[in-house]
Design a binder for this molecule. Structure first.
Ligand SMILES: [Zn+2]
Length: 308
């Protein structure tokens, strides 16, 4: 079992490269090779149309169609060996300076694993400069995830998240969950302003979120833009994912430059490498090409915003 180094300052790690990704879902980021190996490990026939099962179509209509691409990978991530292998492989394939991989332990218990076993298995595959974020699910049972997040803080786990159907289960319904997290000293990021409007971002900030996942729709409400600026809560923006799910229709309408000019702290991330067919280098290149924003500014923001 590999040991997980927890305490060192990430600024002094021996960097394999300069890249940092703070918003990366495990189940949405399994490479084709990884999935094939997971199939072999579990005597599951490799589907002929594997790529189309892992990647959202170019004309993806909405978040629902996007979320369908998580179904097959999740069926493969229900054993300890599979979870360890997937985390190890993702660390190896990305080889970033620093990365926070997130997943929802409760979605990996369909074949009898406990959430604690899921987290242990993920830790076992973790590289020393990589960390884990545990996702609570909107509409899910989250008490156990919260409790375990407290137990594993500083042991490879750095924060809690809230993911899932934002419009169906509004952020304001999770006040008690995050009050409990605060009492436990567990920091958290919240997916907000992706499928739901700017009020979701306002609620997340008022509930003490250290970072916001996406935050694209803050642009619709200047009061929320002001709140982001004065609270200095960084946004984890994921451009290609937001294009895929039609939060924006055209990359030129992406509000990242407006946010930076307004004084909001933004970071750029991949969200789901396989579903969106991307990685942090592609995302930074896209933002540079369209808006002329230098990647060093964004990577420095990521370094500052890291939970480590
Ligand atoms: Zn996400």
């Amino acid at each position: 079992m590999k040991s997980v180094d927890r305490g060192e300052d990430i600024g002094y790690n021996k960097a394999m490269n300069k890249y940092i990704d703070l918003h990366l879902h495990l189940d949405g980021s399994l490479s084709e090779n990884c999935v094939k190996e997971l199939c072999r490990m579990q005597d599951i026939e490799i589907p002929k149309n594997l790529i189309s099962m892992l990647r959202c179509p170019k004309d993806c209509r909405d978040l629902n169609e996007y979320l369908r691409c998580f179904e097959f990978p999740l069926t493969l991530l229900q054993t300890e060996d599979a979870i360890t292998y997937a985390v190890e492989k993702l660390c190896y394939e990305t080889d970033y300076r620093y990365c926070e991989i997130r997943f929802a332990p409760q979605l990996h218990c369909k074949r009898g694993l406990t959430q604690s076993q899921v987290i242990e298995a993920a830790r076992k595959g973790l590289k020393e400069n990589y960390r884990l974020i545990l996702c609570c699910m909107r509409g899910g049972e989250n008490e156990e995830t919260l409790r375990l997040c407290g137990d594993y803080m500083g042991k490879g786990v750095v924060a809690l998240d809230l993911a899932g159907a934002e419009a169906l289960f509004p952020t304001c319904g999770y006040k008690h969950l995050f009050e409990a997290a605060q009492r436990m000293g567990v920091p958290y990021t919240i997916h907000a302003g992706e499928a739901d409007g700017p009020e979701s971002i306002r609620d997340a900030i008022n509930m003490g979120a250290s970072r916001i996942g996406h935050g694209v729709r803050a642009i619709e409400d200047e009061a929320v833009m002001k709140l982001l600026r004065y609270s200095s809560v960084p946004l984890e923006m994921c451009p290609t994912s937001n294009l895929n799910t039609r939060v924006i229709g055209n990359i030129r309408d992406y509000p990242i430059k407006k946010y930076i000019d307004y004084g909001i702290t933004v970071t750029v991330n991949s969200d789901n490498m396989s579903v969106s067919d991307t990685d942090i280098k592609k995302e930074l290149r896209l933002i540079n090409e369209v808006f002329g924003i230098d990647e060093s500014l964004l990577l420095n923001n990521s370094l500052d915003a890291a939970f480590n």
